[in-house]
Design a protein around this ligand. Structure first.
Ligand code: ATP
Length: 246
């Protein structure tokens, strides 16, 4: 499988504390990956580094077919390059309908005049309909987003990220606060999304990860402790020791 993102030998120090320690990680163009690890393992900092929010002290991060470095790019540039991030808390425009939220998120010319004179074209509405179908909100297009359940808001936000056509999607704890049927739907949605792009899911819920049925990377003290199937990593003695606090 060809590599989309390659992080090598990256370290980050906060006030003398090494939060990320010589971390290496890579993901393919259409791959689903789960990242797990105990509290403080460096999962959030890892995502901050990939999105340009935090700059590493050392290491390399290369991206795409031309292996361009992400290190000199601004956060906005990295987002334009096709790296989308879903934070834990849903952030949709609550007063707008599902359709309006998705329309606003479509990848388009965002110049001030283009935004001012924007009128949705038939192709945009069709794309929004397809996105709503993909996230399971096709029958809620005209509903105010503020009226959606927590799970539905999360799907809408995932749809808004998909509307930007990212090549890599980073998703932070998508299952938190969801009912079990919402979790099942979220699993299916992420598996589907990863057929055409890379998706990294940071999650604590092992049952959710089991259903994702993907390669798992275990972080501990800012480095990769183990990698492989969930069964493989949960049999690893180092992983067992870390989770049991030994
Ligand atoms: N800005 C910062 N300044 C100082 N220390 C920080 C900063 N950001 C993170 N850390 C520390 O770096 C370590 C890694 O934190 P990080 O949030 O990346 O872990 P995590 O794996 O996401 O944890 P959790 O599962 O609890 O969210 C922690 O010890 C944290 O306290």
């Amino acid at each position: 499988m060809s590599t989309l993102l390659e992080v090598s030998g990256v370290s980050v120090t906060f006030d003398g504390f090494k939060a990320i320690n010589n971390l290496s990680f890579s993901i393919g163009h259409a791959e689903l990956r789960a990242i797990i690890g105990p509290n403080g393992a460096g999962k959030t900092t890892f995502m901050d580094i990939v999105t340009g929010k935090t700059r590493p002290d050392e290491g390399r991060i290369v991206w795409g077919g031309k292996s361009r470095s992400l290190l000199n790019m601004s956060e906005a540039r990295i987002a334009c390059e096709g790296i989308g991030r879903k934070f834990q808390k849903p952030t949709v425009f609550e007063d707008q309908s599902v359709q309006e939220n998705l329309l606003m998120a479509l990848k388009k010319d965002r110049g001030p005049l283009a935004v001012l004179f924007y009128r949705p074209q038939a192709a945009d509405l069709e794309r929004v309909r397809a996105l709503a179908e993909e996230i399971g909100l096709a029958d809620q297009l005209y509903r105010k987003s503020g009226e959606l359940s927590h799970g539905e808001k999360q799907w809408l936000e995932i749809g808004m990220l998909l509307a930007q056509e990212p090549r890599l999607l980073l998703v932070d704890e998508p299952a938190a606060g969801m009912t079990s049927s919402e979790r099942e739907h979220t699993t299916a949605l992420l598996i589907e999304a990863a057929k055409t792009r890379a998706v990294v899911v940071v999650e604590h819920d092992m049952e959710f990860i089991r259903r994702l049925n993907c390669r798992v990377t275990v972080l501990h003290e800012g480095a990769v402790l183990a990698e492989g199937s969930l069964d493989h990593v949960t049999r690893n003695q180092d992983v067992i020791d870390v989770y049991l606090g030994r």
